[in-house]
Design a protein around this ligand. Structure first.
Ligand code: NI
Ligand code: MN
Length: 228
């Protein structure tokens, strides 16, 4: 069994009996988080892009737990220089790890961070296809809608798609509904909404718009899980 737990905003824990993989571990300063960065366990940490609400506590969690950080080359190099254990991938590239397989997919967004009043640019933003325990999880990262999501849906049997619906910085509800059509997942979980007023969205509207879809939409509250 694979358990996918929503930890608030765009942060998820994916776990099997043997491994725990954390995606976009923004817990400190995340108004939706119910878990503290100091108490989370992980074997690996996947990061979609360089924004603070996605890199989050990755460095501290990696140093405390020994979890390997998997991200694009720029984020991996940046965190590697701060003495985290990292593995670089890049878009279109995949690799088998002991916990499962990770592939980076395109995303249309930014990937910068401000350090000492200067922009540090951390490569292209990405989405992630994670296959663990025989299930495939697609975390879209922060992105607008794009047509190649159709290709991702055709080439992968996606068990659950984690899609932003908060609008303003990413897809809103209507575009995310179109993304579900393209991706054709078994389940879809909305994310990246209601963390702050600027990304307020109604998850029930998203669920209702997908009533006729073959995909089952599940709006998880922070700390709720979906079992695959
Ligand atoms: Ni972002
Ligand atoms: Mn974000």
């Amino acid at each position: 069994m694979v358990k996918v737990t929503f930890l608030g905003h765009a942060c998820f824990m994916v776990q099997t009996d043997s491994h725990k993989v954390l995606i976009d571990p923004f817990l400190t300063g995340n108004p939706q988080a119910t878990l503290k960065a100091e108490e989370v366990e992980a074997d690996a940490i996947l990061i979609t892009h360089g924004h603070d609400d996605h890199i989050g506590d990755a460095l501290a969690i990696s140093k405390r737990t020994g979890a390997m950080i998997v991200a694009n080359f720029e984020i991996s190099s940046y965190l590697g220089r701060k003495e985290a254990k990292t593995h670089p991938l890049h878009i279109g590239g995949s690799r088998e790890f002991d916990f499962g397989k990770v592939k980076l997919t395109p995303a249309f967004h930014g990937s910068s961070r401000i350090e000492d009043d200067a922009f540090v640019y951390l490569g292209m933003p990405a989405g992630v296809l994670l296959t663990m325990g025989g299930k495939t999880i697609y975390h879209a990262g922060d992105t607008g809608l794009f047509g190649d999501m159709k290709l991702l849906g055709e080439m992968n049997e996606i068990d659950v798609a984690l899609l932003p619906i908060g609008d303003n910085f990413t897809m809103g509800v209507a575009d995310a509904v179109k993304a579900v059509e393209f991706l054709n997942p078994k389940y879809v979980v909305p994310m990246h909404y209601n963390t702050w007023e600027i990304i307020n969205a109604n998850p029930q509207e998203f669920v209702d718009l997908l009533k006729e879809s073959p995909a089952q939409a599940v709006a998880l509250k922070p700390n709720e899980s979906l079992s695959l």
